[in-house]
Write a protein that binds this ligand. Structure first.
Ligand code: UT7
Length: 322
């Protein structure tokens, strides 16, 4: 049964912390090198939140910019979904904090936790609300300050991540061919031990630190994301050649290249920001979308595939006609 409303992208926005940390700066602090990080991951630098910069402040700025791009007022938003694993507080949700910071008093706001897949899960969730007709305009925000849950002595993880936020405004539109065409979400909790945080309110009463068996995650990543992307292709009746832009989660350049190659997506259609941003978890896709919209690559009418895989494991993909 096809839905009455399509979730159409009205605008995207982003916000990165001011401070940039290069690989060389990390190499001066821990036993690593620019060469190792760049070769194994494609990362050359990342942004790191400073004093006064939090998931909520970065997310609020990204959302304001997305609203400005959309030409909408905060009062026109009735759904806010914030994908984050690094909320400002255990509760309330960062979504309600951002709602208040934007001066929005109507509608509903909640956080969604799917780690690096959070933005794809958020877009899919918002799409269900909008397609049903229950809500009219959504802000989907991916906002993270992973620098605050990293073990800065663990070179196998601390060189990989960065901070930032990105946002997308979606509007329910009747008819037309634009908007979220299809999406596929998956999760499998048996993989918990490969990527997790070793603390939390109900266990250690601490925030904890990120722990990852990088090689194990890598091994699963390409197969998982290509499976959900192929399912989207099948659902939509399109092929890799029809895609204008492939905007993957930015964890590792080698994972991105291998996924694009396996799917037959040309390398010049792949949006890469991992070199500048590192892995910003749920923020990486909207940050990359913002870059590719701002520099004129993504244009109205383009077919855009987003995908991600992360802790849980969770993974998913969504196909959007811009
Ligand atoms: O966003 C959520 C999803 N996360 C991911 O997608 C991450 C997936 N995993 C990866 O991206 C890669 O597995 C890593 C980048 C984390 C690691 O790359 P790898 O090619 O799998 O390297 P490795 O873990 O096998 O480590 C190779 C060597 C080891 O030394 P030995 O045992 O061969 O002597 C590590 O100790 O590299 C060493 N190493 C480092 N050396 C310099 C590990 N981290 C570093 C480092 N600097 N930062």
């Amino acid at each position: 049964m096809s839905a009455k409303f399509r979730s159409v992208v009205r605008g995207v926005g982003a916000c990165l912390p001011e401070r940039v940390v290069s690989n060389a700066e990390l190499a001066a602090r821990i036993d690593t090198s620019d060469e190792w990080i760049a070769q194994r991951t494609g990362i050359r630098q990342r942004h790191v939140a400073g004093e006064g910069e939090t998931t909520v402040t970065l997310g609020t700025r990204a959302a304001s910019r997305a609203l400005a791009r959309a030409g909408l007022q905060p009062a026109e938003i009735d759904l806010i979904i914030v994908a984050t694993s690094t909320p400002d507080h255990t509760f309330p949700a960062s979504a309600t904090e951002i709602q208040a910071a934007l001066g929005i008093t109507q509608g509903v706001a909640f956080d969604l936790q799917a780690v690096c897949s959070g933005f794809v899960f958020g877009v899919t969730t918002a799409d269900k609300f909008l397609a049903s007709g229950s809500h009219k305009r959504a802000l989907v925000i991916g906002a993270e300050t992973f620098s605050r849950i990293l073990d800065w002595q663990d070179r196998t993880t601390c060189v990989l991540f960065g901070d930032g936020a990105g946002a997308m405004v979606l509007e329910a539109v009747e008819g037309g061919d634009k908007g979220v065409i299809t999406s596929k979400l998956r999760s499998d909790g048996r993989h918990r031990a490969k990527l997790y945080v070793d603390g939390g309110p109900s266990t250690t009463q601490t925030v904890g630190h990120l722990r990852m068996e990088g090689k194990e995650v890598f091994k699963h990543a390409v197969g998982m994301v290509t499976d959900v992307i192929k399912a989207c292709f099948e659902d939509a009746g399109v092929s890799a050649q029809d895609i204008d832009w492939f905007v993957p989660h930015q964890a590792n350049r080698r994972i991105i290249d291998a996924s694009a190659d396996k799917l037959g997506i040309a390398r010049d259609k792949v949006v890469i920001t991992v070199d500048r941003h590192g892995n910003t978890s749920a923020a990486s896709i909207p940050l990359a979308l913002d870059v590719a919209v701002s520099d004129g690559r993504i244009k109205p009418g383009d077919l855009v595939m987003i995908e991600a895989m992360g802790g849980g494991f969770t993974w998913g993909a969504a196909l959007i006609r811009w």
